[in-house]
Write a protein that binds this ligand. Structure first.
Ligand code: DWN
Ligand code: ZN
Length: 407
């Protein structure tokens, strides 16, 4: 029987996606036959309301020296993290010799703003390649998995942290109890933890099943985050919702009774209650909606192909791995996918899809009739960048929340 990673109670599987590859394992031709597949099954824990994958690949298979996701590929995101850093720097202005720690610091897109202000900081990331990029930006970074042991070493070497930032990382962590216990040991009594992850409410509202893949072994809600931190005498005292990555929630967490709980937290609690995120029926409905989206997208592409239309894709996010493999869409339907990450260009999409990834610089010069926007969460930025596609009679296909063609 499978157990919940947060509260260890038995967990119920409600949806199976079938065999899936590692979402960010974009591959060269010689690796086609050597891919790792696992059964991707989504579960829901009735006792702590945590949405999570039942089984996940070993962390080393997902986070290693070849991690393909570079946060700095989006200007919109650079602005997002610099705004957060300004907010933190402002809140720290009266702290003596503050210390900021980021868990999951990726390529330093957030910490570079803190380092520039000569504030004591430490970035921790499990993937070696992104740590190297951070170091090259003058960021103090540690290539390690964060847990209680790492926390003890950091406290011994640097002291406790005023702020711990952990964005788009909480959903990646199998030993989530170890990490949160480590955070509680590392945090000063009056300190703040800021986490930010795709929001369960937004995923359900947007039928965004492509947010589900091995790295995203949880899709967090206020209710499940509060339960988790509550186990270590901490609580969410403020929340901000934003449009990043298809809709994320940013949680502000402190030790119990240190900070006043804001109205926004109460309002969000009521919203989650209305959405019945603690009821299994909500997830059965989600599964039914997703299965019909899957049929719709596949039949649309087959119908276009029969009319000899040229179909390409734009953006090869981790999310596209779920869409392509769950909907059984491959190179026979989509000729190529354009992307600006040098970790993905000239490689192929993982699993059975095996679609070539080309530099997005070539998009304008390549004739196509339809383009599936897999990076739909960057729609504003991408459609502005590629504004003449529509003028040349190209049509965008947006896969979620419902199948939409922009002419
Ligand atoms: O937690 C995670 C989230 C935060 O980021 C990680 N699991 C990995 C990653 O998820 P993702 O790969 O779905 O992220 P994105 O930002 O939706 O990926 C967008 C893709 O589109 C990237 O490969 C870059 C590409 N892109 C592009 O080619 N041109 C993006 C933009 C904005 C562009 O203009
Ligand atoms: Zn649980």
């Amino acid at each position: 029987m499978s157990r919940c990673r947060v509260c260890f109670k038995p967990i119920k599987k409600f949806m199976s996606f079938g065999k899936m590859p590692i979402a960010n394992s974009f591959i060269k031709k010689d690796k086609f036959k050597k891919q790792y597949f696992y059964d991707m099954e989504a579960g829901f824990c009735k006792s702590c309301s945590t949405f999570q994958l039942i089984k996940v690949p070993k962390a080393k298979l997902m986070f290693n020296e070849k991690y393909a996701y570079l946060a700095s590929t989006s200007n919109f995101m650079k602005k997002h993290w610099s705004n957060l850093s300004k907010k933190i720097i402002n809140n720290l202005k009266n702290n003596k010799n503050p210390f900021v720690v980021e868990i999951g610091s990726n390529d330093g897109i957030f910490l570079e703003n803190i380092a520039k202000k000569k504030i004591n900081h430490l970035g921790i990331d499990a993937s070696k390649n992104v740590c190297e990029i951070s170091k090259s930006k003058g960021i103090n970074s540690l290539n390690a998995f964060f847990n209680e042991k790492t926390a003890r070493k950091i406290v011994a070497k640097y002291g406790k942290a005023d702020v711990i930032v952990c964005t788009n990382t909480m959903h990646h962590i199998e030993d989530i109890n170890g990490v949160v216990k480590g955070m509680s040991d590392l945090l000063k009594d009056k300190g703040t933890i800021i986490t930010e992850d795709p929001s369960l409410k937004e995923m359900l509202n947007k039928n965004a099943y492509d947010q589900i893949y091995a790295e995203h072994m949880y899709i967090w809600s206020l209710s499940s985050i509060n339960f988790l931190f509550g186990k270590y005498k901490m609580e969410v005292y403020d929340i901000e919702n934003n449009k990043l990555h298809g809709g994320c929630s940013r949680y502000f967490i402190a030790k119990n009774n240190v900070k006043k709980i804001t109205k926004k937290v109460q309002v969000h609690k009521i919203l989650e209650k209305k959405l019945k995120i603690n009821k299994l029926s909500t997830y059965i409905n989600f599964k039914n909606k997703v299965n019909s989206l899957k049929k719709e997208l596949k039949s649309k592409l087959i119908q276009l192909k029969k009319r000899n239309k040229i179909i390409v894709g734009y953006g090869a996010p981790a999310k596209s791995t779920t869409i392509l493999n769950f909907c059984n869409i491959d190179y026979k339907l989509i000729d190529k996918i354009f992307d600006n990450s040098n970790t993905k260009i000239n490689k192929y999409t993982p699993g059975k899809s095996l679609i070539k990834i080309e530099n997005s610089d070539k998009f304008k010069k390549t004739k196509s009739d339809y383009c599936v926007l897999f990076a739909w969460n960057h729609q504003k930025e991408i459609l502005a960048k590629e504004k003449n596609y529509l003028e040349k009679n190209g049509k965008w296909i947006i896969p979620v929340p419902s199948l939409k063609v922009i002419k």
